[in-house]
Design a protein around this ligand. Structure first.
Ligand code: HEC
Length: 157
């Protein structure tokens, strides 16, 4: 019996190793198209989430009921700069060249967004309506500050 278990374990280990080898043979997704598609999808989802926060409060829901959404937005804010590596642009992208030529300014705008969304998450978790509404407006300004210098005008917010 123990022998058979040993064999099963060995087979499992081998297939795990095989899987790891197969995975490492796949190239990492690093094409500019992949980055542009990922960030545009994330911006779309985050805009929907952000608008939903306000709509929920206007409809009489508590800030606390929005804690999950606010936390997701705060996590996205921290991830945002990693989706703009050097050279990650295509004809479909609305990112202005300034994202890369003025990286310090872009990172500063992104940091302002991280700060605002962290406060938004804290206000939701504390169920503090006044703070939540004030910080929601601050977050909207953080979106606008970045778009003004780093996104081509498109008629969208
Ligand atoms: C640090 C900069 C920065 C911040 C902060 C930021 N954005 Fe953007 N946003 C961009 C850039 C750059 C693009 C263009 C991306 C591309 O097309 O490659 C963009 C694109 C978008 C798009 C269009 C996506 C598409 O489908 O093409 C929407 C919608 C959007 N942002 C909404 C928001 C909202 C809402 C916020 C705040 C809650 C926000 N953004 C915060 C820089 C930012």
């Amino acid at each position: 019996m123990p022998k058979r278990f040993g064999l099963i374990a060995a087979v499992c280990a081998l297939s795990a190793a095989g899987l790891a080898a197969a995975q490492s043979a796949q190239p990492l997704p690093t094409s500019p198209e992949t980055y542009v598609a990922a960030r545009q999808a994330s911006f779309g989802l985050s805009a929907a989430t952000f608008g939903g926060l306000k709509a929920a409060l206007d409809a009489g829901q508590t800030p606390k009921s929005q804690a999950f959404q606010a936390k997701a937005l705060a996590r996205w804010a921290k991830t945002l700069p990693t989706l703009f590596p050097e050279g990650s642009t295509t004809a479909a992208s609305k990112a202005l060249p300034a994202v890369w030529s003025d990286r310090a300014g872009f990172d500063k705008a992104a940091a302002g967004y991280v700060e605002a969304t962290a406060k938004l998450q804290a206000a939701a978790e504390a169920d503090d309506k006044a703070a939540f509404e004030a910080v929601w407006a601050q977050t909207r300004e953080a979106c606008g500050t970045c778009h003004k210098s780093y996104r081509a005008a498109s008629g969208r917010s």
